[in-house]
Design a protein around this ligand. Structure first.
Ligand code: ASP
Length: 372
């Protein structure tokens, strides 16, 4: 989608009667960025189907928001979208909204559909450099307007997490995280693991950053603490020339070569088996080696949600490494795709992209030897 078709508006700009909620002086100032998703959808009374609705509808359904006493601003996507329609242009719009208000707010809550939430959270984690404020992404499995729903709790909890401070008065969370159900997970470690459970998101390869039950308990030792390398900066020039190749027994040479020869694609996430294994048949290895020789980047990411790539554990992984595939260690597919888009967008050479894929930029992977 061209960026011109992504529209956001500042609080009150389109509906001045519904001003942002003011808080008292000293109240946490939080910006809610409403992109769409089930949380704000309404049911068609005839068909029961869900369609996105606007922010006012959402706020009207959560009168308790005022009781938080926070000063809340808002930015809304026009139109609000189902997250299946999310694109890098939308990620750029979210990043720009954060950048434009970075100095004026203590934290940011992004309301988003669950389907591609893990991609958005991953993308934002790379796009927002030297982030020192919370960017909490949330949504819900049931719309807030339903009688029994999870959206109200998720929204209020996300706001409370975004407002939380540590002992020194600094924001407790200084990274992009997904708050959903009773857990807070790092955005670039998250995966949507259930289409039905209220606890829809899991971080298989990194522990939860907080649990939200009777109390909200942060695990401070696990939170990302940016090394001060400079001022906050946003990088919105993502290059979408990335594709995913999913291995399965019976994959043919024709199918693999056609995928790897896709015009315009510069990098592939190769979803392999187990600890990063793939067939050792000569045609398979030479298809990978040919693609690498032609300058394409191939990142080995396992199909297993839990665990990562250990290429040297089996011959089948070793052969792939020798053909030029780069280990993605324990990256999620969501993080691998968005990290590649981010790195390619920086205009790096294939060799530099490959090198950066094996370093942790925002806590998205565990480099072997540095495990917890
Ligand atoms: N299809 C919806 C979306 O991702 C699902 C949800 O929000 O839970 O926008």
């Amino acid at each position: 989608m061209p960026s011109s078709s992504v529209h956001t508006s500042q609080a009150g700009a389109t509906s001045p009667r519904k001003a942002s909620l003011p808080g008292g002086s000293g109240a946490p100032r939080l910006l809610i960025i409403y992109t769409g998703g089930t949380i704000g959808m309404v049911r068609d009374p005839k068909t029961g189907a869900l369609a996105p609705f606007d922010f006012d509808h959402l706020v009207d359904n959560v009168p308790r928001l005022a009781r938080l006493g926070y000063s809340l601003g808002r930015v809304q996507f026009h139109p609000a979208i189902d997250s299946s329609n999310m694109s890098p242009a939308h990620w750029a719009a979210i990043a720009h909204a954060i950048e434009a208000s970075y100095a004026s707010y203590d934290g940011f809550v992004v309301l988003h559909g669950t389907d591609t939430m893990a991609y958005t959270a991953s993308a934002l984690s790379f796009m927002l450099e030297n982030l020192e404020k919370p960017v909490i992404v949330t949504g819900s499995q049931l719309p807030i307007s339903d009688i029994r729903e999870d959206g109200t709790t998720n929204l209020i909890t996300a706001l409370q997490i975004a407002a939380a401070k540590d002992e020194d008065g600094k924001p407790m969370v200084r990274e992009v995280a997904i708050s959903f159900g009773d857990t807070l997970v790092r955005g670039n470690r998250a995966t949507k693991a259930s289409s039905t459970e209220f606890g829809a998101f899991r971080s298989f390869n990194y522990p939860a950053l907080a649990t939200m039950n009777l109390h909200i308990r942060f695990r401070e030792e696990l939170l990302w603490r940016p090394r001060a390398t400079g001022a906050f900066a946003t990088h919105t020039a993502l290059d979408p020339a990335v594709s995913v190749v999913f291995l399965h027994p019976g994959i043919t040479e024709g199918s693999l070569r056609a995928q790897l020869a896709e015009p315009g694609i510069k990098a592939f996430v190769l979803r392999t088996y187990g600890a990063g294994n793939a067939p050792t048949t000569p045609w398979f290895i030479s298809a990978i080696a040919d693609a690498v020789r032609e300058g394409r980047i191939i990142v080995n990411v396992t199909q297993c949600p839990d665990g990562g790539v250990e290429e040297t554990r089996y011959d089948t992984g070793d052969a792939l490494a020798e053909a030029g595939a780069v280990s993605g260690y324990d990256l999620t597919c969501e993080a691998a795709v968005t990290k590649l888009m981010y790195l390619l967008g920086q205009g790096l050479s294939p060799a530099d992209v490959a090198r950066a894929m094996q370093r942790s930029l925002r806590g998205e992977l565990t480099v072997p030897g540095a495990e917890l």
